[in-house]
Design a protein around this ligand. Structure first.
Ligand code: FDA
Length: 298
């Protein structure tokens, strides 16, 4: 139903998930997270771009983000979506844009993580990741999705690079040939992926708000005797804050994903789709309460 919901309403409902339209908004959220003992990763929203100059502008926006991180002494790295840097327009343009962001990050001793998008981008994303690591960029991480049937194979084929990997369930709608569909199957894929990543010596960011997976993650890192610096948990801005606060109190590292920018629509739809209460929000009677009524309409 969500795509049928008017854009202004999507915007209103999704506000908790997005810092705001500007870098100053992201900066404010990161400062709040840092003050609570949390790290951050900043995402410039931009996946709906359709032109080369827009992709270059997103790369420029990331370079500004790094300047701001240093100037404001923020404890944050960045996350990028390759489609926002032009992957669907031209692979080489995307590579050029990503390299410009990576150079800025490297010069500032910071780090870039490539988000993983839908399965039409997986091969190119992993290819670009390998190319850039092999050409010497150490400050680059990747995301793998537990719902994809290929993920264990991907872990094994990336193992020689010892990648820094964010492991998440995966959010895009994928067919059963490519992705597990059942809730428990995806959880199973997540745990197998986590064990395999740790077996091959990767730094893993355990990205989930699923309380059961969080406790399994805690148990696995404890069983392996991993120190605080050897893994982290990650959560999205505006989701499961009490669970995140508990992790921080227990002494785990937690990084909050902070998106900002004008291209908020696609990201917002995905977050609303995952919110267990959203069906209620968009039910007809709630609509009536959320949308201001006009008085004296004809
Ligand atoms: P699940 O969806 O089962 O949620 C567990 C519980 O968390 C829910 O029952 C609910 O209580 C709460 N919750 C989750 N989402 C909520 C929401 N929007 N509003 C309110 N409550 C909510 N995916 C991808 O394909 N590529 C990527 O690069 C990334 N990157 C990424 C970074 C980070 C830091 C995180 C945390 C997640 C991602 N994801 C992602 C998204 C991920 O694949 C997944 O869709 C979401 O994290 C939701 O899955 P959970 O593991 O939280 O479980």
């Amino acid at each position: 139903m969500l795509p049928a919901v008017p854009k202004p309403l999507v915007h209103m409902l999704a506000q908790r998930y997005i810092a705001g339209p500007t870098l100053a908004d992201a900066c404010r959220e990161v400062k709040t997270a840092n003050a609570q003992g949390k790290l951050a990763t900043i995402d410039v929203l931009g996946e709906e771009i359709t032109r080369d100059d827009e992709a270059r502008a997103i790369a420029g926006a990331y370079r500004d983000v790094f300047q701001t991180i240093d100037r404001e002494a923020l404890d944050s790295n960045v996350s990028v979506k390759l489609t926002a840097l032009g992957l669907k327009l031209d692979y080489d343009l995307c590579r050029e844009n990503l390299e410009s962001v990576l150079r800025e990050a490297a010069g500032r001793n910071n780090f870039v993580r490539i988000d993983m998008e839908d399965s039409s981008t997986t091969d190119d994303t992993l290819r670009l990741y390998r190319e850039l690591r092999e050409s010497g960029y150490e400050n680059l991480g990747i995301v793998l999705q537990a719902y994809l049937r290929r993920t264990l194979d991907d872990i094994r084929s990336l193992a020689d690079l010892r990648p820094s990997v964010r492991l998440c369930k995966g959010i895009y709608v994928e067919p059963p040939e490519l992705a597990y569909q059942g809730y428990e199957e995806v959880r199973g894929g997540f745990l197998r992926g986590l064990e395999e990543l740790l077996d091959v010596g990767c730094y893993v960011a355990i990205a989930t708000h699923d309380e059961w997976l969080v406790s399994e993650g805690r148990r696995i890192v404890a069983r392996r005797g991993l120190g605080r610096e050897e893994y982290e948990f990650q959560m999205l801005l505006g989701v499961a804050e009490p669970l995140g606060n508990r992790l921080v109190r227990e002494g785990h590292r937690l990084r909050i994903y902070v998106p900002f920018g004008e291209h908020w629509y696609g990201y917002s739809l995905r977050r609303l789709q995952e919110n267990p209460r959203i069906a209620g929000y968009i039910a007809a009677d709630t609509f009536g309460r959320l949308v201001p009524r006009r008085n004296g309409s004809i």
